[in-house]
Design a protein around this ligand. Structure first.
Ligand SMILES: Cc1cc2nc3c(=O)[nH]c(=O)nc-3n(C[C@H](O)[C@H](O)[C@H](O)COP(=O)(O)OP(=O)(O)OC[C@H]3O[C@@H](n4cnc5c(N)ncnc54)[C@H](O)[C@@H]3O)c2cc1C
Length: 438
């Protein structure tokens, strides 16, 4: 699990919890929060701690939700399940939901997160007619800074519900969630390759040509791998796996190549081209259980940043980024992942009020090397900020209160609710102070 994660400088200094707890149940959790309140300590609740930024860090009391993970009730007719907030998505996918013939409607690249961690940071998958994961939450219960448990839904405490759907862990502790699922399904994925211009020239028709559309651009090339995914009744296809290609070439040799390129950066375009040719240039097709198609291997340690831009800016942003990659004095690792969601009305959702395109860039850290492609990051951030980009809350970003208040029409409403629910700032940490202060 730790494998992917980049702990930044802030974590080095500020992510040393004074005390660490793994409560076995909600009663024990409530006692810990009570104790922190009387001692005037800060509390950070964490899920799988998969957030690449320091959003899940604290120097106060850290409470890991891993044991708060029970199934509370299932309504098979409505396809809804009520679970404790620390349940892992992968447990839902493989163990819990199949028992009831149900499945989550969408997922991001991995399922190692907790449901509360995923929704609190605006975790998303892809699909022009799908929202972020939080849009599948029907109700939740929130333990506030004053020790009160608030039931929240569209009909009970609707403002708190809306804010807590992407609450950054700032409003309190989510104890339970009810998730709107759907009958278990299989997905049919067709992968093809084409040029970046071809995808961008026909973006709307591409995005709306299937239920879950995404593409990976290979920087320093003009090529993209396109993935179109739809629900299907077709039978699961046999997987032909090859240790040599999948693991040796696709993982170990790639990591080694990027390690060598840390000393000879001009190798990066060649690596990207070669890996595009080997792994992405030929058409592929498969049918599998939903979560197996949604999730994919994110390989080894990496720096990562992802921004949400209005969908109609996708072409200009990617073309400008390509121009800088082609002409700038920096190198960009494969792949740049591009995904889409529909607009929602969640206060701090990066897709709030607009059809959204997410562009995720990475810089691998072969064998844990901590070099960081700062120039690439700066160029990318400049482009997306000019395009009205909103940062992924769980990933590295430089945004502050003033910037965010311009990007989110209900930013001050969220800040007001936070103060009301957590008057003594018990749930604050360095990350939240950074984005909430001017
Ligand atoms: C390899 C990798 C792939 C990823 N792929 C995607 C992707 O495809 N799409 C995407 O959008 N994101 C993606 N992410 C980001 C990931 O989904 C988020 O970082 C998510 O928050 C991680 O969940 P977690 O359980 O680890 O939460 P943590 O990192 O532990 O916590 C995140 C935040 O949630 C809060 N929180 C956790 N539990 C609770 C609770 N019970 N009540 C209140 N607040 C709570 C924490 O306080 C913290 O603020 C990826 C991350 C990695 C490392």
């Amino acid at each position: 699990m730790e494998g992917y994660i980049f702990r930044n400088w802030a974590e080095t200094f500020f992510c040393k919890p004074e005390l660490y707890f793994e409560p076995q149940d909600t009663a024990e959790l409530t006692q810990i929060v009570e104790r922190a309140r009387t001692e005037g300590k800060r509390v950070k609740v964490c899920g799988s701690r998969h957030s690449p930024s320091d959003i899940a860090c604290t120097t106060g009391y850290m409470i890991n939700m891993k044991h708060i993970n029970k199934v509370l009730s299932v309504d098979v007719d409505k396809h809804q399940i009520r679970v404790e907030a620390g349940v892992l998505l992968e447990k839902l996918n493989t163990d819990i939901l199949p028992r009831y013939g149900l499945a989550l409607s969408l997922l991001g690249a991995i399922s190692e997160q907790t449901i509360a961690g995923a929704i609190s940071t605006g975790t998303h998958g892809t699909g022009y007619d799908h929202g972020i994961m939080a849009t599948t939450i029907v109700s939740l219960e929130l333990l506030t800074g004053s020790g009160e448990v608030l039931p929240c839904s569209d009909s009970e405490n609707p403002d708190v519900f809306n804010a807590a759907l992407c609450g950054l862990g700032a409003l309190g502790i989510i104890l339970t969630v009810t998730i709107q699922c759907e009958p278990a399904f299989r997905l049919h994925e067709i992968q093809t390759s084409t040029t970046l211009d071809d995808v961008l020239d026909n973006l709307d028709s591409n995005v709306e040509s299937c239920e879950h559309f995404r593409f990976m651009w290979y920087p320093h090339t003009d090529m993209v791998m396109v993935s179109k995914v739809n629900r299907t009744e077709k039978r699961i296809t046999e997987r032909t796996s090859s240790w040599f290609w999948d693991k040796f070439v696709g993982y170990y040799a790639l990591e080694f190549s990027f390690w060598v390129s840390e000393f000879v950066p001009s190798l990066v375009p060649w690596i990207n081209r070669l890996y595009f040719l080997i792994f992405a240039s030929l058409p592929k097709e498969r049918v599998d259980i939903g979560h197996k198609v949604f999730n994919f291997d994110c390989l080894f340690k990496q720096h990562v940043t992802e921004w949400a831009i209005p969908r109609n800016k996708t072409g200009e942003v990617l073309r400008e980024l390509r121009h800088h990659v082609d002409t700038g004095r920096f190198y960009a690792h494969l792949p740049t992942e591009v995904r889409f969601t529909k607009a929602d009305d969640i206060m701090l959702s990066p897709a709030s009020g607009r059809e959204t395109c997410y562009i995720n860039i990475i810089h691998f850290r072969p064998y844990g090397r901590t070099t960081w492609n700062k120039k690439y990051w700066a160029v990318y951030e400049d482009i997306v900020i000019r395009a009205g980009g909103r940062p992924h809350w769980a990933k590295e970003h430089p945004m502050r209160n003033k910037d965010l208040s311009e990007l989110y029409p209900r930013w001050s409403k969220f800040c007001g609710l936070r103060k009301k629910l957590d008057p003594f700032g018990m749930f604050l940490n360095t990350y939240l102070e950074r984005i909430l202060s001017d």
